[in-house]
Design a binder for this molecule. Structure first.
Ligand SMILES: [Zn+2]
Length: 226
């Protein structure tokens, strides 16, 4: 199976689906990642571009990601980019990677780039309907990104509400934490949601919700064909 994880920023893919990526890659599936904003200027600790590229490569190699597609859309300013441009970029990534299952942000996340990535991705996954030569989509899932999803304060929209639980086990959670630590300046001390303890705790909680030993949870919003 060919999987594609579409995220706004480097590190979102690990926060949202790092353990699942590791598990799928280990099972022999192909997992690719599309990052809309490779820019670093509005990031807190501002690593240099070469450092960020290194961090992305180290982190995603550890998880077993096959290919990373990086856009240069402006960080924390995705709302200034025409929707169509974001959609077309994701469509190209879907076509190139022959993605059958796509993971992206939940549109109620606090981070505005996550919203715009999610909206563009929802439009882009329909590509196969217009272009018969494009591999047919099997599933679209929203991820939860600790420090962004739980801060979705707009109660006028539906919040992240998981209905899909992937058991990953202790090893994959530790790989997720290790992969996230390879991004300079991302991990924080507990009780920050991007701390090792909080990430383990979330995985234990999501696992417990579904009777599983550590899980990442998702919201499946479209599913067909199997
Ligand atoms: Zn992000």
């Amino acid at each position: 199976m060919d999987y594609l994880v579409v995220v706004a920023h480097p590190d979102d893919e690990v926060l949202g689906a790092g353990a699942t990526i590791y598990k799928l890659a280990k099972q022999g599936h192909t997992v690719n990642v599309c990052i809309m904003s490779g820019e670093v200027k509005a990031r807190n600790h501002r690593p240099k571009m070469t450092e960020l590229n290194e961090d992305v490569n180290n982190s995603l190699n550890l998880l077993g990601v096959s290919k990373v597609i990086k856009g240069q859309f402006p960080n924390i300013e995705l709302n200034t980019v025409p929707h169509l441009k974001l959609v077309q970029f994701i469509e190209t990534a879907i076509e190139e990677t022959k993605a059958e299952v796509v993971f992206t942000h939940h549109p109620a996340d606090l981070n505005n780039d996550h919203l715009h990535t999610s909206l563009a991705c929802q439009a882009a996954v329909r590509l196969f309907q217009r272009r018969p030569e494009v591999k047919q989509l099997k599933e679209l899932l929203f991820m939860e990104v600790p420090s962004a999803s739980e801060w979705g304060l707009n109660k006028a929209v539906n919040q992240f509400n998981p209905n899909t639980f992937i058991e990953v086990g202790k090893e994959a959670i530790e790989k997720k934490i290790e992969a996230l630590s390879m991004y300079r300046g991302v991990m924080r001390p507990y009780p920050h949601p991007r701390s090792a303890e909080a990430l383990r705790g979330l995985a234990a909680y999501r696992g417990g919700q579904a009777g599983m030993v550590y899980a990442e949870s998702f919201e499946s919003v479209f599913r067909r064909g199997f």
